[in-house]
Design a protein around this ligand. Structure first.
Ligand code: ATP
Length: 293
C-alpha cells in the first residue's frame, strides 16, 4: 500500500502509510490504543474505503475484488459475531462449505474440520453450543473461522486476547505452521510485545496514524535503543554501564578486575524498551518523522 490516508469526519487517523508485505511473511502491527491499527486492517480486508491512497492485497484492490479474492483472504476481527445457538463443529462446517467452490488442484479448501478443531484446541468442544464457550474458547473459534478457508492472506486483529498460556502457545505454533508450511502471509495486531517478537518476521509500529518504525525485532532494538546494559558489583559496590558493544565491555571489565567481580548481569534492549522509546519519541509531535527501517 502507498499513501494510505483515512479520515473519520474531520479527523485524519491514518496520515499516509506506505508498506509492503511479502508472501509468507508474518508482520505484526503494534501501536498504542487508537493508533489506527484496526482501521488499517479493515481497509486491507475491504471493509472500509480509505480517503486516499493505493491499496493492493493479493494483487487486487480490496474494494473492487470479487468473491474469488475474498475466498483467498481470512479475517479475524476484534468484534465477536454471534452464532450462539450453533454447535462449534456445525459452524465450522457451514463456514467451510462457502469456500469449497474455490478449491483448486493445488490448494484444497476448506480445512478439514477435525484437523482445524485440533489445531485451535477445540476438539473437546466440537459438539458444544457456541454460547457455552468461555471467552478464550470463543476467540479460538474466531481464529478457526478466520482460517477455515485456508487463506493465502490472513488478517488477525488482536487474535490472542483472553488466551491462557497454553492457548497462546498453541496459537503461536499455528501461526508458525501457517507461514512455514502453508506459505500464508499474515498481518496481525497485538499489544503483547513478547508475542510480536516471537511471531513476526517484521514489526511495524504505528503511532498517530504514521509508521514510526519498520524492521525485525532485533534490528529495531539495535537501531533505536542500540544499547546493552551491564550491571556488576566490585568490592561490594554496585555499578551499571550502558554500551553499544556488551561483549567487548564485559571482556574489558573482566580483564581490568582480575580479582573478580560479582553479580554480572548483561541485558540487551528488549522490544518493549524499543517500543516505549519509539512511542515516547513520537508522542509529543504530530509532525512527520523519519522512519527507522
Ligand atoms: N467508525 C469510526 N468512526 C469514527 N472514529 C473511529 C471509528 N473507528 C475508529 N475511530 C477512531 O480512529 C482512531 C483509530 O482507531 P483504531 O480502532 O483503528 O485504533 P487501534 O490502533 O486499532 O486501537 P486499539 O489498540 O485500541 O484497538 C481512534 O481514535 C478511534 O476513535
Amino acid at each position: 500500500m502507498s499513501g494510505l490516508r483515512m479520515s473519520y469526519g474531520p479527523r485524519e487517523v491514518l496520515k499516509g502509510l506506505d508498506f509492503e508485505v511479502r508472501r509468507g511473511e508474518v508482520v505484526a502491527l503494534l501501536g498504542p490504543n487508537g493508533a489506527g491499527k484496526t482501521t488499517t486492517i479493515e481497509i486491507l480486508e475491504g471493509f472500509r474505503k480509505p480517503s486516499d491512497g493505493e491499496v493492493r492485497v493479493l494483487g487486487e484492490s480490496p474494494l473492487t475484488a470479487d468473491e474469488t479474492w475474498r475466498s483467498r483472504v481470512g479475517v479475524v476481527l476484534q468484534s465477536w459475531r454471534d452464532h450462539g445457538r450453533w454447535q462449534v463443529r456445525e459452524l465450522l462446517e457451514q463456514f467451510g462449505s462457502y469456500y469449497a467452490p474455490y478449491a483448486t488442484s493445488d490448494h484444497a479448501r476448506p480445512y478439514d474440520t477435525d484437523e482445524l478443531l485440533e489445531r485451535v484446541g477445540l476438539t473437546p468442544q466440537a459438539g458444544s453450543k457456541v454460547k457455552s464457550l468461555s471467552g478464550g474458547q470463543r476467540r479460538r473459534l474466531d481464529v478457526a473461522i478466520g482460517i477455515v478457508g485456508r487463506p493465502e492472506m490472513l488478517f488477525l486483529d488482536e487474535p490472542t486476547v483472553g488466551f491462557d498460556p497454553v492457548a497462546r502457545r498453541d496459537f503461536h505454533a499455528l501461526v508458525h505452521r501457517l507461514s512455514d508450511l502453508e506459505d500464508t502471509t499474515i498481518l496481525l495486531t497485538t499489544h503483547d510485545l513478547n508475542e510480536a517478537e516471537k511471531l513476526a518476521d517484521r514489526i511495524l509500529i504505528l503511532n498517530h496514524g504514521r509508521i514510526v518504525a519498520d524492521g525485525s525485532a532485533a534490528s529495531l532494538a539495535e537501531q533505536i535503543s542500540g544499547t546493552t546494559e551491564v550491571r556488576w558489583t566490585h568490592h561490594g559496590e554496585a555499578h551499571v554501564h550502558t554500551t553499544a558493544d556488551g561483549t567487548a565491555f564485559v571482556r574489558d571489565l573482566l580483564a581490568r578486575h582480575p580479582d573478580g567481580i560479582a553479580d554480572l548481569e548483561v541485558r540487551r534492549s528488549t522490544l518493549e524498551d524499543t517500543y516505549l522509546a519509539m512511542v515516547a519519541r513520537h508522542e509529543e509531535s504530530e509532525e512527520p518523522r523519519e522512519v527507522v527501517a
